[in-house]
Design a protein around this ligand. Structure first.
Ligand code: FEO
Length: 394
């Protein structure tokens, strides 16, 4: 792949990583990803916006050589995470005059993470600008998209916003701009769930902060660019601001089929009452899909057998993740089975303090579920459907 011209003297110079399957040793990447870097050749100065993952540094260097970039004045680091900053040392070595432009917090992180010396930095305040001659870069501080040091860069004359992780999607594609809206919507929602959802209140503020900018292109650092920015702005607005839907997410584990029978019964009972259910068997599920389902769900019901007096370890992991992702859930419950006792309910309920939920009466069966357990599940389904209706979710 060669550099791609977006506007006169404005180029995509990134790398597409078709084969990466895991990010941060945690997040599944079913469709690979890209590390988008952008070059702006102003009439007087040249700037690079973000770099690429260190595994792909030669790709970026080849792009710069292909475009015969002899001098680089600025390397804008919107974000200190390695997938965008990891090639900074190589770029700074290649261009000894180049300054790293970033927030003060980002400077500290880059010094810690990459040992870049103090003299190579130029920190910028919120709304500060740098002139490239015929082009102007404006820096918009936007913390927590994805770390506390993040900022966005706005190229005024071309009305291009470079938001780094914000609005991104883990998607390897040769499409410069969104062509398959359904595919990008799903990848961007997954990305929002995994990366942005824990900071929803700050995301709301950042969306407000950019709402008066005229934007023709949003050029994130993962996935395709948006030449119709309202596509992703509208989606983000909905994910960050909307009330949840009439949806229950049901992650579960079953060892000897008792919990599975309860899960299947509850799913049917909820569906009968008009509630949408997303069911995840945690032995096989993709946790990104589970995260994505939490974006617009009103209720989580966790299904677990009792193991060594507590919940199954895979269920503990899912509860930990749900708590860390801080979705906008309103209700929670726990169902499952036990052999002779245990504290699975107390344990799980104590693990989700970040979820500001009302805990609905759990349903636990001793051994295989019996008629009384199924009636209790009917009652739980009634309660959930009723609560959703009262809150205006149904
Ligand atoms: Fe794409 Fe937070 O790095």
């Amino acid at each position: 792949m060669k550099p791609r011209e977006m506007r006169p003297q404005v180029y995509w110079v990134g790398a597409i990583d078709w084969d990466r399957r895991l990010f941060d040793a945690l997040i599944p990447l079913p469709d690979g990803t890209s590390y988008n870097s952008y070059l702006i050749e102003g009439s007087e100065k040249v700037a690079l916006i973000d770099t690429v993952d260190p595994t792909m540094e030669q790709v970026l260097v080849n792009h710069l050589d292909h475009l015969e970039v002899k001098n680089l004045d600025y390397v804008v680091a919107n974000h200190a995470e390695q997938d965008h900053s990891g090639t900074l040392p190589r770029v700074l070595e290649k261009y000894p005059q180049a300054k790293v432009v970033c927030t003060a917090k980002c400077k500290g992180m880059l010094m810690d993470l990459l040992l870049i010396p103090d003299a190579r930095f130029m920190t910028v305040d919120d709304k500060e600008t740098i002139s490239l001659g015929d082009r102007t870069l404006e820096f918009i501080h936007a913390p927590w998209v994805h770390w506390p040091e993040t900022m966005l860069t706005y190229l005024r004359e071309d009305k291009i916003l470079f938001p780094c992780d914000f609005f991104g999607s883990h998607l390897a594609t040769t499409d410069m701009y969104v062509t398959d809206g359904g595919q990008v919507y799903e990848a961007a929602k997954r990305y929002y769930a995994e990366i942005m959802m824990p900071f929803r209140a700050t995301i709301q503020k950042n969306l407000e902060k950019i709402k008066d900018y005229a934007i023709d292109i949003i050029a994130p650092s993962h996935g395709p660019m948006y030449d119709k920015p309202e596509f992703i702005l509208k989606a983000y607005h909905s994910w960050a601001f909307d009330e949840p839907g009439n949806i229950v997410v049901l992650p579960y584990i079953s060892m000897h089929d008792s919990t599975r029978k309860m899960v299947e019964y509850l799913v049917g009972a909820l569906a009968k009452r008009g509630v949408t259910v997303k069911q995840f068997d945690l032995t096989v599920t993709d946790i990104g899909k589970l995260a994505m389902s939490l974006v617009d769900a009103a209720t989580i019901v966790i299904g677990t057998p009792t193991v060594l007096a507590g919940a199954h370890p895979n269920v503990i992991y899912a509860a930990f993740l749900a708590n860390a992702l801080r979705p906008n859930l309103k209700f929670a419950s726990i169902i499952g089975s036990y052999g002779w006792g245990g504290k699975a309910v107390e344990q799980l309920a104590g693990m989700i303090p970040n979820l500001k939920v009302e805990l609905l009466e759990p349903v636990l069966s001793k051994g295989v579920p019996k008629e009384t357990d199924f009636r209790a599940l009917d009652n739980l389904a009634d309660t959930i459907a009723q609560k959703h209706k009262e809150q205006g979710f149904a």
